[in-house]
Design a protein around this ligand. Structure first.
Ligand SMILES: CC(C)(COP(=O)(O)OP(=O)(O)OC[C@H]1O[C@@H](n2cnc3c(N)ncnc32)[C@H](O)[C@@H]1OP(=O)(O)O)[C@@H](O)C(=O)NCCC(=O)NCCS
Length: 167
């Protein structure tokens, strides 16, 4: 393999910590950090420059785009989409000694550049709009937008727009 090609392989450009478990058919792009004890399910895709810290759980078929920050103790379900540059936090009053992760339930969509406060739960199939700052739990099937994020719709309406866009 040429030097240029070799530099594009995962081994040379990614950090994978100790005791990380990675499922089948996982695609990890370049310059990604994965901290120790993190669990990644099957068919997960992780974009370039993503930082996924220690003790994180990621469910099957979840897609994490480039430049996403996922701190320790975050729990992400299955079939979740996380757009580029989304940031989760785990310390509400830094630098504190007490951390609490974000939970993202199955099927949720976190759009580009969203920020999520420590300890928040994003409910099943909910949508967080691009640029939103989420400071409170989001109930299932809810679309939230803005700073701070508030309810602006539901998942059924979002899916209708998505299918119309696609067809
Ligand atoms: C949530 C989202 C789908 C809403 O888009 P939409 O339904 O087409 O919304 P519209 O453009 O029709 O706007 C509807 C209203 O919401 C507002 N709005 C739309 N997106 C908003 C956002 N991200 N934050 C705050 N307000 C927003 C609009 O200003 C408009 O307000 P108005 O009715 O007072 O004029 C879109 O903002 C989004 O986040 N898309 C995902 C992009 C992304 O991250 N892609 C990832 C891969 S690149």
């Amino acid at each position: 393999m040429s030097e240029a090609k070799e530099s594009l392989t995962n081994k040379t450009v990614n950090h994978i910590g100790k005791n990380v478990k990675i499922g089948r058919n996982v695609k990890i792009w370049h310059f990604t950090y994965i901290g120790e004890n993190t669990r990644i399910g099957h068919d997960v895709k992780i974009g370039s420059l993503a930082h996924i810290d220690y003790n994180v759980k990621i469910g099957d078929n979840t897609k994490i785009e480039a430049m996403v920050y996922i701190p320790p103790r975050t729990v992400i379900g299955r079939n979740v989409f996380i757009g580029p540059g989304a940031i989760f936090t785990n310390d509400p009053y830094p630098p504190s000694k007490k951390m609490v992760g974000v939970t993202v339930e199955d099927g949720a969509v976190i759009c580009a550049g969203a920020l999520v406060k420590a300890g928040v739960t994003i409910g099943r199939n909910s949508v967080v709009a691009m640029g939103a700052v989420v400071v409170k739990d989001v109930p299932p099937n809810t679309v939230v937008m803005g700073v701070p994020a508030v309810k602006k719709g539901n998942r059924e309406e979002y899916d209708k727009k998505r299918f119309k866009w696609e067809t």
